[in-house]
Design a protein around this ligand. Structure first.
Ligand SMILES: C[S@@+](CC[C@H](N)C(=O)[O-])C[C@H]1O[C@@H](n2cnc3c(N)ncnc32)[C@H](O)[C@@H]1O
Length: 352
C-alpha cells in the first residue's frame, strides 16, 4: 500500500505536458481526490496520453494502463512500466544517424511529405524510425517513439492530424509568431523535449504494466484490480481517435499492408473501438460494466454533452454499483474534448 512518504516523493516527477484530445491532465488533482489511499492496484483502461496513469504511478499505486492505439502503449511502456531506463547521448547519436535501411524506411516521406511536413522533416522521421530498433532495450525504443510522436504533434498547429493546414500555416508570419514549432525542424523539437521525458522516469517500487488491447478483451484477464478509471471516447465530440492521430500510429506501426485514404492519408482499415459510434455506444458500455464486476471501485470521466446522457449512464451502472456524481464546470473553452464554456466535466464515483 502507498505510504504518504512515497506519495510525496513521487510528486516531484513532472509529466511532460500532453497535447491530446480528451487528456485529463488538467483534471488530475481533482481526480486524485477520489482515488482512496487504501487501494493498491489501479487500472487506467483508456490510457491515451497516460497523464492519469502517471498520476496513479506517482500516488504509489501498482498501475495497469491500456489503450488500443499502439503509440499510446509506447508512452505507457516508456513512462509507466519503465522503472529507470533513459536515453543517453550515445542513444541519441544512434537515433540521429543516417537512415539504416532507406528502401524499407520511406513511409513518412512517401505519405506525408508536403502534406503535414516538409520533405526534409518527413525524411528525418523515416531515418529516425529506421534506427529505433538499434537501441538495446525495449524501453529505450518506446521512449524514442514517445518523444518523437510528441515532436511530430508539436509540428502541426492544432496538435492533431485530421486537418492539413500545418504547412500553409508555416508560411504565415502571424501563426509562426504564436507557434515557433511550425518552422522548427523536428530534430530540434525532439532534442528540446527529450530531457523532460528522461526526467519523468522513476520507479515507484511497484510492478506497473502497459497493455495495447481492446479493453473488452483485456478486462476478463485482469486479476485483483482494486479501482478502475474509465475515460472512454465521448461519443459526440472528437471520439474517433484514429482519424485524429492516424499519423502517429502509422509512424509507430510502420504499416506496409494498409491502404492510406482521404486527404489526410489515414490508414485503412481502422481498428474497431465501439465506443466512438452512437449505434454501438450503449451496447459496448453495457459490456464494459458487465466485465468489470470484480473491480470494487470504478471512476468514470464523463461530460454533460455526451451520448448517452449522464442519466442514462447512471441507470446503466446502477444494477452493479452505487453512483455519486461529481461535477466541475468549465468557465472557458479549455481542456480538450467537449470542453466548451458551460459544459461540465463529470466524474461518476461508483462504489459497492
Ligand atoms: C478520452 S481518451 C483517454 C484520455 C486519457 N485518460 C488521458 O488522460 O490522456 C480515450 C482513449 O480511448 C482509446 N480507445 C478507444 N476505444 C478503445 C477500446 N475499445 N479499447 C481500448 N482503448 C480504446 C483511444 O485511443 C483514446 O486514447
Amino acid at each position: 500500500m502507498a505510504s504518504l512518504f512515497n506519495y510525496n516523493n513521487y510528486l516531484e516527477y513532472k509529466f511532460p505536458e500532453p497535447q491530446y484530445l480528451g487528456a485529463k491532465y488538467i483534471h488530475r488533482g481533482w481526480i486524485a481526490k477520489y482515488i482512496p489511499n487504501h487501494v493498491h492496484t489501479v487500472l487506467e483502461a483508456f490510457g491515451g496520453s497516460q497523464s492519469i496513469a502517471f498520476l496513479m504511478k506517482q500516488m504509489g499505486k501498482r498501475t495497469l494502463t491500456n489503450d488500443f492505439m499502439s503509440f499510446n502503449n509506447h508512452i505507457g511502456k516508456a513512462l509507466i512500466e519503465n522503472k529507470g531506463v533513459t536515453l543517453s547521448s550515445a542513444d541519441v547519436n544512434i537515433l540521429l544517424s543516417s537512415n539504416s535501411n532507406p528502401n524499407k524506411f520511406n513511409l513518412m516521406e512517401s505519405l506525408f511529405a508536403d502534406l503535414f511536413f516538409t520533405r526534409n522533416d518527413a525524411a528525418f522521421a523515416d531515418s529516425f524510425r529506421s534506427n529505433v530498433s538499434r537501441l538495446d532495450s525495449p524501453y529505450k525504443q518506446s521512449l524514442a517513439l514517445t518523444v518523437m510522436c510528441r515532436s511530430l504533434t508539436r509540428k502541426v498547429t492544432m496538435g492533431h492530424f485530421a486537418h492539413t493546414q500545418a504547412l500553409n500555416y508555416a508560411s504565415d508570419p502571424a501563426r509562426i509568431e504564436r507557434n515557433r514549432s511550425l518552422i522548427r525542424p523536428i530534430k530540434s523539437i525532439f532534442l528540446e523535449l527529450l530531457p523532460q521525458y528522461n526526467a519523468a522516469i522513476f520507479d515507484n517500487q511497484e510492478k506497473n504494466e502497459s497493455f495495447n488491447e481492446n479493453i473488452l478483451g483485456l478486462l476478463p484477464r485482469l486479476k485483483a484490480v482494486d479501482l478502475a478509471y474509465f475515460d472512454p471516447p465521448y461519443c459526440n465530440s472528437h471520439a474517433d481517435y484514429q482519424s485524429f492521430y492516424h499519423l502517429l500510429e502509422t509512424f509507430v506501426e510502420y504499416w506496409k499492408d494498409k491502404k492510406f485514404v482521404n486527404g489526410t492519408k489515414r490508414y485503412d482499415p481502422k481498428r474497431h473501438s465501439g465506443f466512438d459510434k452512437k449505434s454501438e455506444a450503449i451496447e459496448i458500455l453495457n459490456q464494459l460494466f458487465a466485465l468489470s464486476t470484480s473491480i470494487p471501485i470504478w471512476l468514470i470521466s464523463y461530460n454533460n454533452r455526451s451520448f448517452p446522457d449522464v442519466d442514462t449512464m447512471v441507470s446503466m451502472i446502477e444494477p452493479y454499483r452505487k453512483v455519486t456524481i461529481e461535477k466541475k464546470t468549465y468557465s472557458a473553452g479549455r481542456g480538450g474534448k467537449g470542453s466548451v464554456a458551460g459544459s461540465s466535466e463529470i466524474l461518476l464515483i461508483c462504489t459497492q
